[in-house]
Write a protein that binds this ligand. Structure first.
Ligand SMILES: Nc1ncnc2c1ncn2[C@@H]1O[C@H](COP(=O)(O)OP(=O)(O)O)[C@@H](O)[C@H]1O
Ligand SMILES: [Mg+2]
Length: 208
């Protein structure tokens, strides 16, 4: 299926927004005053954040360029959760509580799903007041990854439209799709809402 012109423009916007953010962060680092309070460890941390952001922007590019790059294999979910948490605990200032309600294997693209969850948890870490919860559970024939925080929630302008992280999440959801016996296609879904147990942003990645 060929992409329309609107899709191409949107794709270009997403990549531009990724480059734009990285550029601004680098300028901000360059403009830092050389005082005692500005130490090398802090600069290094900021530079790493920019590097991760550019890496994510390249992932978005690859997802656009090579649509079917998602290698779907059965993955033991508790292990995936452990790997995600190891990479997040040191990066978010708020503790992440987890509820793993599914203890088996599920077919998914491991690296892409991990990246998506890490981004969702990092986002929550930026906005949460004091709580972040990651829950994984099976609902009907779908595996749901839920990230909920107690921050202000998504504002009206947020959609998975143009920012790199949420765009990747939406693409990942769409790339997990299977043809059912009855000829219909079951597709993954990204849902962004507010509320949930913690009252703030609610990020739901649902994979068939
Ligand atoms: N948990 C959250 N609470 C409130 N706003 C959020 C949350 N997660 C994401 N957002 C909003 O969505 C935007 C896009 O997120 P994302 O695509 O991950 O890009 P980035 O993290 O680089 O800003 C964020 O900049 C923020 O405005
Ligand atoms: Mg993000």
């Amino acid at each position: 299926m060929g992409a329309g012109m609107g899709d191409h423009l949107r794709a270009a916007d997403v990549l531009a927004s990724g480059i734009h953010d990285a550029k601004n962060r680098l300028f901000a680092i360059g403009a830092k005053e050389n005082t005692d309070s500005c130490d090398w460890a802090e600069i290094q941390k900021s530079l790493l954040e920019v590097a991760f952001h550019l890496d994510r922007t390249l992932t978005a590019y690859r997802l656009l360029r090579y649509e079917n790059m998602a290698a779907v294999v059965p993955v033991f979910i508790p292990h995936l959760v452990e790997d995600v948490l190891v990479r997040c605990q040191t990066q978010t200032r708020v503790r992440i509580s987890t509820e793993v309600g599914f203890h088996g294997e599920w077919p998914l693209s491991r690296k892409l799903v991990e990246e998506t969850l890490i981004n969702a948890l990092q986002n929550a870490g930026r906005f949460a007041r004091s709580l972040i919860r990651l829950s994984i559970y099976k609902h009907d024939d779908t595996l749901v990854f839920k990230v909920n925080d107690d921050g202000p929630g998504f504002d009206d302008k947020t959609s998975s439209g143009h920012s790199v992280g949420l765009y990747i999440a939406e693409r990942i959801a769409q790339l997990h799709n299977y043809l059912s016996h009855d000829g219909t296609t079951r597709r993954g879904k990204l849902v962004l809402a507010n509320g949930g147990e913690l009252g703030g942003a609610l990020f739901l990645l649902e994979l068939p």
